[in-house]
Design a binder for this molecule. Structure first.
Ligand SMILES: C[S@@+](CC[C@H](N)C(=O)[O-])C[C@H]1O[C@@H](n2cnc3c(N)ncnc32)[C@H](O)[C@@H]1O
Length: 313
């Protein structure tokens, strides 16, 4: 993972080394995490890529296969990790993650409690946000999931910032050792209202809670319980609209209307084709247009984010 040590902040400047984790980027929906190993190869439909060709190159380099195909080898970041991790559960995606981190006021040095860990998508971003001196304590009652999450944090280099513990947070609450120690708490649990009395004890004065729930009935039950001991209770649904940006070619004959081509934005480059190459029927122009269109498979509802601040006693 990108260095979380503040003294090595510009780690994008570092060159790729043997044993590094890199993100192999073919296109936005074909991305893979790969550990660089001198004698290994990466293979896709564009050919065979030797890892040894990547060593010594800057992160972000375009690298070639034996057949002249290419991919980009990117530095691993929490944003890319969320796109490549193995889904053992539903996960939080970037629109919700970024909103959670800013509304929870997570900054370097914070202590954050989280349950459940799930696939560790949010945990990885929380860890980067609290680095280098903060810590994320994450709890899941599913032993195997907790173990796999630990392995993932070793692999992506975040393990020093994260402690994964097996615990039933709805049944037992957070451990008493964190009483009054948490700057923020995040819940992604089926019955979050059961954990709220414990959250109230864990938060520092002025600390903030966020609970993610897919169903509005869960939000209503949680908000009922939050009435006691919390203030500034607000629920949000983050809806993201993605656009696909691509270049398209269009042929136009003289006299055609050069109307509005591309909706939200377009940039045109024209190339003229000589009259005699056009059956004499008028001058034809090939227009290359960069178009942006809303993606067809846009992700809709993910869940509701309920935030509340511990009331001053
Ligand atoms: C949807 S997943 C969390 C996904 C996570 N937010 C992410 O971004 O990858 C919910 C997790 O909560 C865990 N869980 C459910 N009930 C729990 C409980 N009572 N105590 C602790 N963990 C629990 C489940 O095992 C599951 O791994």
């Amino acid at each position: 993972m990108l260095s979380t040590d503040s003294s090595k902040r510009i780690s994008f400047d570092r060159l790729i080394c043997d044993e590094d984790l890199v993100i192999v980027y073919e296109r936005h929906d074909r991305i893979k995490a790969v550990k660089v190993q001198k004698g290994s190869v990466f293979q896709n439909r564009f050919g065979v890529f030797k890892h040894s060709d990547w060593i010594g190159k800057p992160f972000g380099s375009k690298v070639l296969s034996n057949k002249g195909g290419f991919v980009f080898v990117l530095a691993p970041t929490p944003e890319l990790w969320t796109l490549v991790l193995s889904h053992r559960t539903q996960i939080l995606y970037l629109a919700d993650i970024s909103f959670v981190i800013s509304y929870l006021e997570v900054v370097p040095g914070c202590v954050v409690l989280e349950s459940g860990t799930g696939s560790g998508s949010l945990t990885t971003s929380l860890a980067r946000a609290v680095a280098p001196s903060g810590h994320v304590h994450t709890f899941d009652f599913h032993e195997q999931r907790a173990a796999l999450a630990r392995e993932d944090f070793e692999r992506n280099g975040m393990s020093s910032l994260i402690t994964v513990t097996v615990r039933d947070i709805q049944g037992e609450g957070f451990p008493e050792e964190f009483c009054g120690a948490a700057d923020s708490v995040f819940l992604d649990l089926p019955q979050p209202w059961l954990a709220l009395p414990s959250v109230r004890r864990m938060l520092k004065q002025d600390g903030v809670l966020c609970s993610f729930s897919p169903c509005i009935e869960q939000v209503q039950r949680s908000c009922d319980v939050l009435q006691s001991g919390f203030t500034d209770i607000r629920t949000f649904e983050v809806l993201l609209r993605s656009y696909e940006v691509r270049e398209e070619r269009m042929m136009r004959t003289e006299g055609d209307q050069d109307g509005d081509l591309a909706g939200p934005f377009s940039r045109k480059r024209k190339q003229r084709i000589p009259h005699d190459a056009n059956n004499g029927s008028g001058e034809t122009t090939t227009t290359t247009t960069v178009m942006a269109r809303p993606c067809r498979e846009a992700r809709g509802h993910t869940g509701y984010l309920t935030f509340a601040r511990l009331a001053c006693s």
